[in-house]
Design a protein around this ligand. Structure first.
Ligand code: GTP
Ligand code: MG
Length: 195
């Protein structure tokens, strides 16, 4: 059965700052700056309004939240980075946690890097994308909140993001949690990565 058909059997595994449990299923992680729409994207993909908590207060998730999608795969909601009001000690904790997650998580098949379609990619986005490429971890760049842009502006911004990260055709995938744009395309990438 296609993975995306298993979202009905969704369960929350838990929230882990370290010692992530071995779950023996292919895993896809969602990363990006704070407030970019990671949790919303997860909920959109999972057809669930409340699987991942959508935050009004950026920077509050400081652990990795794991979700089990039927018997098909694991989604990992990574804490966001780059929120100015978060103290330096927390930012550095974030970096350490993400570095060890990326280095140690053997079941990790792909990192979905979310960037805001309205903004220029941030320095941390570039660093993370570079780190993924260097470690041979497959990545997919997804541009969120495309519902907030007019068509022409959106096309311009998507081209700028593609250029910035030197992306292959088809990326960034335009995405909106508000109207479902890009949902099928992202699922197709996930299914391919987790086969
Ligand atoms: P942190 O967990 O704090 O890192 O944030 P996050 O990346 O998980 O973002 P979250 O999903 O909590 O969304 C942040 C805000 O952006 C919320 O107010 C969402 O409603 C809004 N938002 C998320 N996705 C979209 C989208 O596709 N379109 C629009 N218009 N708003 C969105
Ligand atoms: Mg979140």
């Amino acid at each position: 059965m296609a993975m995306r058909k298993q979202v009905g059997a969704l369960s929350f595994v838990g929230s882990f700052p370290r010692d992530w449990p071995d779950l023996d299923l292919p895993e896809v992680a969602f990363a990006g700056r704070s407030n970019v729409g990671k949790s919303s994207a997860l909920n959109t993909l999972l057809n669930s309004r409340k699987a991942a908590r959508v935050s009004g207060r950026p920077g509050r998730t400081q652990a990795i939240n794991l979700f089990k999608v039927g018997n098909a795969c694991i989604f990992a909601d990574l804490p966001g980075y780059g929120f100015a009001k978060v103290p330096a000690a927390v930012q550095s904790h974030w970096k350490t946690m993400i570095e060890s997650y990326l280095a140690e998580r053997e079941t990790l098949r792909m990192v979905i890097l979310l960037v805001d379609a309205r903004r220029k990619p941030q320095e941390m986005d570039g660093m993370l994308h570079y780190a993924l490429t260097e470690s041979d971890i497959p990545s997919l760049v997804v541009a969120t909140k495309v519902d907030k842009l007019k068509k022409q502006q959106l096309q311009r911004n998507l081209r700028a993001i593609a250029k910035e990260f030197n992306l292959p055709a088809g990326q960034p995938v335009p995405f909106s949690s508000h109207n479902g744009t890009g949902r099928d395309a992202v699922w197709t990438h996930i299914e391919t990565a987790c086969r």
